[in-house]
Design a protein around this ligand. Structure first.
Ligand code: MEV
Length: 423
């Protein structure tokens, strides 16, 4: 089995990284050429994805290394504009490896579709009527997607609730649909629209909305990790991370940033694989607030040996078939790099990446602070802008970081001192 473990990946040239990637993931020469082509998407194809196309907005695609999840090595494609995120995920994954990496699991890929019926005089009576017609409603829903049903998915169950609102009582029917390897938005929306007239007939009410819920509480992914106190930098850092978690648990202002850090990783993988990033954000934050108190998506504890235990749980509604996962050539390559065989496996990987991202952020915050990591990348960019090449990039950058003077004029001076030629 190939290992995703890699030291100093960030120092390799793009050619070296692509060679490693090709070897690990079995990408073809054409796929490698497409990665090199800035954006990898043609105008023609873009026109078929959205409306009013005028061009592209390319985002860098990086590879996080060192990930071991459920005993399997992964290279993680991440599309993101923010520096440090990919390096941080790789670092956290490296810390987790000696204790066995990440362990992840997930529920069946069940999406919820909501059908809102209004104007019902006796909504509680209507609720029982809908529940008694479950078989008929599910049958009608499943007639909309025989392919999904043949793959073992489809509408599995339903429930009903009466909401008390300022404009009167509403009866909301929720369809639970197993979407298998699709994210499933189209399928469940089609099913919800198809059963609406039947719900109107059963309830005597009028249906307005028929749409999925992004609060996908039946499509959860979970991951856990143990990191030894040695790997994390000592028991003091373990305590710092636990205390950072408790801070987030106690204060929504900190918690928003804590969860943002988690989503840095999850959204970067979602974007790389052509998944709906807004759906994931909406679901994650609504899930974090489900108790009425906005809470962290991860938990960090100190185990009896003084090591760090981390866990994460959130809805991750993603697909590996359909939509942009299929239409976008880079998304297809990203899925090939991941080598995931199901939407559930992708969700599990993403949960592990989110947990890793949070570990990296909290470790940096609890130890040296976040700016050092940011600064080294920034310093490398400034060194390159000053004209440094080869080894001199790192030498100039390291000096600027240690002096805490990351500036173009200083980079030029250092470059001259080290025998280079400023640009
Ligand atoms: C920056 O994009 C993310 C962090 O702010 C997350 C955190 O504070 O936990 C570093």
């Amino acid at each position: 089995m190939k290992s995703s473990e890699c030291h100093g990946f960030y120092k390799w040239s793009i050619d070296e990284r692509l060679r490693f990637l090709q070897e690990f993931s079995g990408l073809t020469d054409e796929e490698i050429a497409l990665l090199r082509k800035e954006g990898g998407l043609s105008l023609d194809r873009a026109e078929r994805m959205i409306e009013n196309v005028v061009g592209f907005m390319p985002i860098p695609l990086g590879i996080a290394v060192n990930f071991l999840i459920n005993n399997k090595d992964y290279l993680i494609p991440m599309a993101i504009e923010e520096p440090s995120v990919v390096a941080a995920a790789s670092n956290a994954a490296r810390m987790a490896r000696p204790s066995g990496g990440f362990w992840a699991c997930s529920t069946d890929p069940i999406m919820i579709a909501q059908i809102q019926a209004v104007g019902i005089k006796d909504p509680h009576f209507a609720k029982v009527s809908v529940l008694s017609s479950k078989d008929e409603i599910l049958r009608l829903a499943n007639e909309q997607d025989p392919v999904l049903v043949s793959l073992g998915g489809g509408a599995r169950d339903l429930d009903c609730k009466v909401l008390n609102t300022p404009v009167g009582k509403m009866l909301v029917t929720e369809l639970y649909v197993d979407c298998r390897d699709a994210m499933g938005a189209n399928t469940v929306n089609t099913m919800a629209e198809a059963v609406a007239p039947l719900i109107e007939r059963i309830t005597g009410g009028r249906v307005y909305l028929r749409i999925l819920s992004n609060l996908a509480t039946r499509r959860l992914a979970r991951a856990k990790v143990t990191v030894s106190k040695e790997a994390v930098g000592g028991e003091d850092v373990v305590d710092g991370i636990v205390s950072a978690y408790e801070f987030a648990a106690a204060d929504p202002y900190r918690c928003a940033t804590h969860n943002k850090g988690i989503m840095n990783g999850i959204i970067a993988v979602a974007l790389a694989t052509g998944n709906d990033t807004r759906a994931l954000e909406a679901g994650a934050h609504a899930y974090a607030a489900r108790s009425g108190h906005y809470s962290p998506l991860t938990v960090w504890e100190k185990n009896p040996r003084g090591d760090l235990s981390g866990s994460i749980e959130l809805p991750i509604a993603v697909g590996i078939v359909g939509g942009a996962t299929h239409a976008h050539p880079i998304a297809k390559i990203a899925l090939k790099i991941l080598g995931v065989k199901s939407a559930r496996e992708l969700a599990e990987v993403m949960a592990a990446v989110g947990l890793a991202q949070n570990l990296a952020a909290l470790r940096a915050l609890a130890a040296e602070g976040i700016q050092r990591g940011h600064m080294s990348l920034h310093a490398r960019n400034i060194a390159i802008m000053a004209g440094a090449t080869g080894d001199l990039v790192d030498k100039v950058a390291e000096r600027m970081v240690s002096e805490r003077k990351v500036r173009l004029d200083r980079a030029r001076e250092l470059l001259r001192e080290l025998g280079g030629q400023p640009a």
